[in-house]
Design a protein around this ligand. Structure first.
Ligand code: HXC
Length: 519
């Protein structure tokens, strides 16, 4: 009896020691920066009492650089599994109080173990990142450790959802693990990501830049697109993770569990009938339309501030998670440019990998013209979007609300790229190009002879003629390219019925190692 008491005491003491990470002083410093510790984060993220920890007693093996005298149980990362809203997840949480959360050989082994576990049992992986990068004292062992983690990220991609929260520094090669994961959530004020820090930037390019300017949340949310979400604070980032998970299945062999829905499926929205301005060149907010049709106006927008001319995100129809892609006429007229094409392509591929149906709302004047776009590769980026739509085998429904011009008509989930159901509102304009452009091409010779006044009059007359002929959905409907022209106010139940009819959809691509998407 006495023996076991002693042994239990030792166990409790060791657990207590592990829970202290790098010690009281460093915990206070972490709090002083307005940050939670690795373990506090886990408690705040997962269901109460559900966390099962792995490898609490792991320590590093390196002896040089005084490491033999500095040993911390858990070695700077807390790993294990837990539940979130009753569903299993695997996680790791980097502990900045131990060597600045830097990655050692054993630290990497812990992450790899929990990732292997997650892939084997088919559950999402959540990484809470707060790290000074490779543990300098461990040299190439830590580089090898990073590569081991990257490999798992790649192998898990499209098999289990992977979510990264950046809750501190994430620098150097450390950025590539979150970069491979499906979603990056940054938190205002405390998180930054860059491949090389301000000091190296200064040496190489002579730029003076602060960490925030180089890789803060705002930069990655608006300029690079690396951040899919920006949280106000850490608790907000945990709430975002829980919400995001509610739209996702556990793995690629499952579907997202439906939630019960008390928003009437046959809800009629009269306002939708009047949502498109009578002047086809005026903008309107597509987000408002999405909110009117999804369950309870609940829409989780992804990469909201990057390429706002296209909207992507998750909503539900009759309780079933759905990926939504929509041109946003309120920004750059909803044009498809380089960023918008990449943003939508990435989102479609995620949805397709995880059996999430796709609903597209289309109002697009075409691809963005100009040297900037061409030099940045609009040909290749537009092709990515086309490729993603065409290869996706999940149910695909497209609603054309207004413009579907040119190549963009083909690309945005058309029947020709295996769209399952394509509906148009009576306000739809399906044509090779917009009226002005078309008239200028068709009547260029005649107009050369005219003075300005004659020219303007002629243009208006021909534009009206063109609009009359092509600016409607019926030419496409005549060909069967549109399955039905629907009253806007009925959109919600037409989508729900459509998705129900497609629930048993089976579609495949030819056997191949993988397609060669134009990257
Ligand atoms: C070992 C590290 C460390 C690291 C920080 N620490 N980074 N220990 N290896 N990479 C330790 C510090 O010595 C310190 O120990 C504690 O963590 C906290 O660090 P501070 O500097 O006091 O904190 P702060 O002022 O908040 O600055 C955080 C930081 C800074 C910005 C992250 O520490 C920093 O610049 N670290 C180095 C970052 C870096 O260059 N990493 C290598 C990148 S290259 P004590 O004992 O005082 O608590 C890379 C290659 C990977 O990652 C390639 C993979 C393919």
């Amino acid at each position: 009896m006495e023996g076991i008491e002693k042994k239990l005491k030792l166990l409790h003491e060791m657990r207590e020691k592990a829970r202290l990470g790098g010690g009281e002083r460093r915990i206070a410093a972490q709090h002083g920066k307005g940050k939670y510790t690795a373990r506090e984060r886990i408690v705040r993220l997962v269901d109460d009492g559900s966390f099962e920890e792995f490898d609490m007693f792991v320590t590093h093996r390196e002896k040089d650089f005084g490491l033999d005298k500095q040993e911390y149980l858990s070695d700077g990362v807390v790993t294990g599994h837990a539940t979130i809203n009753g569903r299993q997840i695997a996680l790791f949480s980097q502990d900045f109080t131990v060597f600045g959360g830097s990655l050692s050989e054993m630290f990497a082994k812990k992450i790899c173990k929990i990732m292997d576990f997650a892939i084997k049992v088919g559950i999402p992986v959540i990484g809470l990142n707060d790290s000074g990068g490779a543990r300098i004292q461990e040299g190439v062992l830590s580089l090898a450790g990073y590569a081991d983690v990257f490999l798992r990220n790649v192998m898990a991609s499209g098999v289990v959802p992977q979510i990264s929260a950046i809750l501190g520094p994430c620098a150097g090669g450390a950025v590539y693990s979150p970069a491979i994961t499906d979603f990056n959530i940054m938190t205002k004020g405390i998180s930054y990501m860059f491949v090389t820090g301000p000091k190296v930037v200064k040496t190489v390019t002579h730029e003076d830049v602060t960490p925030e300017e180089l890789g803060g949340s705002s930069v990655h949310a608006t300029k690079s697109g690396v951040a899919h979400f920006v949280a106000e604070n850490e608790d907000d980032s945990f709430e975002l993770i829980r919400k995001l998970l509610s739209f996702l299945p556990q793995n690629n062999l499952e579907e997202t569990p439906p939630v019960s829905c008390d928003d009437p499926i046959n809800r009629i929205e009269d306002d939708l009938n009047y949502s498109i301005p009578s002047d086809p060149n005026l903008p309107y907010d597509m987000r408002g339309i999405i909110e009117m049709v999804v369950d309870h106006a609940d829409f989780l927008e992804v990469r909201r501030r990057w390429a706002p001319n296209i909207i992507v995100g998750f909503g539900r129809f009759n309780g079933r998670a759905t990926g939504i892609i929509a041109n946003q006429p309120a920004h750059l007229a909803g044009v498809l440019d380089n960023k918008a094409s990449r943003k939508a392509a990435a989102f479609i591929r995620f949805c397709d990998a995880f059996n999430i149906p796709i609903v597209t709302f289309e109002d697009v004047p075409g691809f963005m013209p100009g040297t900037v776009q061409e030099y940045e590769g609009i040909i290749l980026n537009g092709a990515k979007l086309l490729f993603a739509y065409a290869e996706a085998t999940v149910p695909k429904i497209t609603i054309i609300t207004r413009k579907a011009y040119g190549g963009a008509y083909d690309v945005m989930g058309s029947k020709h790229l295996r769209g399952d159901l394509n509906y148009a509102w009576p306000t739809a304009e399906i044509a090779v190009m917009g009226p002005r452009g078309a008239v200028e091409v068709l009547y260029g010779r005649e107009m050369k002879e005219m003075d300005d006044e004659q020219r303007e009059k002629f243009l208006i007359e021909k534009e009206n003629e063109y609009r009359e002929k092509f600016a409607n959905p019926y030419n496409a409907a005549k060909m069967g390219f549109i399955d039905d022209v629907i009253e806007p106010r009925n959109t919600r139940f037409r989508i729900i019925r459509g998705l129900e009819s497609l629930a048993g959809k089976r579609d495949t691509n030819y056997p191949r190692k993988h397609g060669c998407i134009p990257l």
